[in-house]
Design a protein around this ligand. Structure first.
Ligand SMILES: *[C@@H]1O[C@H](CO)[C@@H](O)[C@H](O)[C@H]1NC(C)=O
Ligand SMILES: *[C@@H]1O[C@H](CO)[C@@H](O)[C@H](O)[C@H]1NC(C)=O
Ligand SMILES: *[C@@H]1O[C@H](CO)[C@@H](O)[C@H](O)[C@H]1NC(C)=O
Ligand SMILES: *[C@@H]1O[C@H](CO)[C@@H](O)[C@H](O)[C@H]1NC(C)=O
Ligand SMILES: *[C@@H]1O[C@H](CO)[C@@H](O)[C@H](O)[C@H]1NC(C)=O
Length: 475
């Protein structure tokens, strides 16, 4: 009994000692950390100026551990002003909007997020970030990066988000992204000469850059691309190709895409082959298309899981085929999930009544700014349960009125087509002209009468007057 007691007491003492040791060591670490924080957040050179950073303690999920957020944005820092060693427990570091002329080399095993946006970094060299082993998000957009060395992203096995948008990247070294084993989001937008990267237009981007198959989101806006081929089997979910030079939706895209933005490209018509492989897409953006004139029959027929679709601001779009969604069954719906549709800012004048089953189930239909021709063809639009913002442009007597508030009777189709009125008017004018001609001709005196009145050599009066004169001359 006594032996057992002493044994458990000894164990308790040991545990207590362990606890004290732990607490004291963590306190010591805390002191060191505080010093470091001071050194980083309030450096001697910048003490009592508004150039010191803002440091905030937060408790980070999931364990409520200490985490430090440091905000050094807008401080006119140069790279030489920064010390390499970052404070303990640092979680995020924001160095955006400074004057960094090269990417700083930092060392920290807790930093999760590094923001270097809006600086003046022009190149990235090998192993630059290798001592940030926990880094998950790296933002390098809005610099002037034109050169990237092959080993730049080595040593970042946990990086999930890489943002290189708004730089001057032209060509990227092969296997550049291979060290990023869990990369889920990659943004290369607004590198206008990126089309010079051969892999992008012809080869296999994934294989050549070493992109891993965990990638979820890829943004390639404004990269002057004319073509793109991505592996059909890659499990990509979101793809943005805004503002490139595509004339067709690229034929070979991952079959798993949930969201595609093809806005601001050079398509003139949306055709069935553009969407043939997009069977999983939920959100489709076809906005700001400067050349798009219409959507052909069946062009959207394969998008059966579509939830939202926008043609907003495609300023020349004047045709949306009645069978754009394919031949729809009269009863029941073949696009059960479609909720939102926007035609705002297009110049569509009418919609075929065959679209009413799809339009009727929407919770959002935006027809603002359309020059709608409110005639009997369009009267079905009045019966839709949603407010569309659509207004009548014609007929002129109800111009500007909301489709929903214009009276039903106003939506009439003239039994005579427009040209018939024109024809009647023309005929009347022609008849008038003929009538006037006839009247004028009738009032004019007869041709023979005028001839006889003329006095001349051949006239009978001439002889009468001349003969007496001759006789006088002879006598
Ligand atoms: C953060 O909290 C620790 C202790 O919890 C404290 O020593 C340190 O000064 C705090 N840092 C800042 C910047 O508030
Ligand atoms: C950015 O860097 C370039 C040289 O790389 C330099 O000429 C320019 O002045 C820098 N701009 C700013 C705002 O520091
Ligand atoms: C890339 O795009 C630019 C600008 O549109 C163009 O001048 C250049 O010829 C293109 N290069 C390639 C290889 O396509
Ligand atoms: C659909 O994808 C397959 C596989 O990538 C491809 O062979 C085919 O040409 C694509 N079809 C169209 C119409 O683009
Ligand atoms: C509406 O669509 C149907 C079916 O495609 C077609 O037969 C009809 O001509 C269209 N109506 C108009 C006014 O375009």
């Amino acid at each position: 009994m006594g032996r057992n007691m002493s044994k458990s007491r000894a164990r308790l003492t040991f545990l207590l000692l362990l606890l004290v040791a732990l607490v004291s060591s963590s306190l010591a670490a805390e002191n060191i950390a505080a010093d470091e924080v001071d050194r980083f957040c309030y450096p001697d050179s910048k003490r009592d100026t508004r150039h010191s950073c803002e440091c905030n303690n937060v408790s980070a999920a999931p364990w409520g551990m200490r985490a430090l957020r440091i905000d050094c944005s807008y401080k006119e820092y140069r790279t030489a002003d920064l010390s390499e060693l970052l404070p303990l427990y640092i979680d995020t570091l924001d160095l955006s909007w400074n004057a960094l002329d090269r990417a700083p080399v930092f060392s920290s095993d807790s930093l999760h997020q590094l923001n270097l946006m809006h600086n003046n970094i022009s190149q990235l060299s090998g192993n630059n970030f290798a001592r940030l082993v926990s880094l998950r998000e790296l933002y390098l957009s809005w610099n002037s990066i034109s050169q990237v060395e092959a080993q730049t992203f080595a040593g970042l096995p946990h990086l999930q988000v890489l943002d290189l948008a708004h730089n001057n990247l032209r060509s990227l070294p092969g296997q550049l992204l291979a060290p990023l084993l869990v990369l889920t989001s990659l943004d290369l937008s607004w590198n206008r000469r990126l089309n010079e990267t051969a892999q992008l237009q012809t080869g296999d981007l994934y294989r050549d850059l070493g992109i891993n198959w965990k990638l979820n989101t890829l943004r390639l806006d404004a990269c002057s691309l004319r073509e793109l081929r991505l592996p059909a089997g890659a499990p990509l979910k979101e793809l943005s190709l805004r503002r490139n030079l595509f004339r067709r939706v690229p034929a070979q895209l991952p079959l798993t895409l949930l969201q595609l933005d093809i806005s601001d490209n050079l398509l003139e018509r949306l055709l069935p082959e553009d969407t043939a492989n997009l069977t999983q897409v939920r959100q489709l953006f076809v906005e700001d298309m400067s050349l798009l004139e219409g959507v052909a029959a069946n062009a959207l027929a394969r998008l059966e899981l579509l939830e939202s679709l926008s043609f907003q601001n495609s300023r020349h779009m004047n045709h949306f085929d009645g069978d754009a969604f394919g031949a729809l069954p009269k009863a029941g719906s073949s696009f059960p999930t479609l909720r939102s549709l926007s035609f705002r800012g297009t110049i569509l004048r009418s919609f075929n009544a065959t679209l009413s089953p799809v339009f009727g189930q929407l919770t959002e239909l935006d027809l603002n700014g359309l020059p709608l021709h409110c005639d009997c063809e369009l009267v079905w639009l009045k019966r839709l349960p949603v407010e569309t913002g659509g207004r009548c442009f014609k007929p002129s007597r109800i111009r500007g009125m909301l489709v929903t508030s214009a009276r039903h009777e106003a939506f009439s189709c003239d039994t005579w087509p427009r040209w018939a009125y024109g024809l009647v008017v023309l005929t009347l004018i022609a008849l008038c002209a003929v009538g006037i001609y006839l009247i004028v001709m009738g009032l004019r005196p007869h041709r023979g009468v005028t001839m006889r009145r003329k006095v001349g050599a051949g006239s009978p009066y001439a002889r009468v007057t001349i003969e007496p004169n001759r006789q006088e001359n002879l006598s």
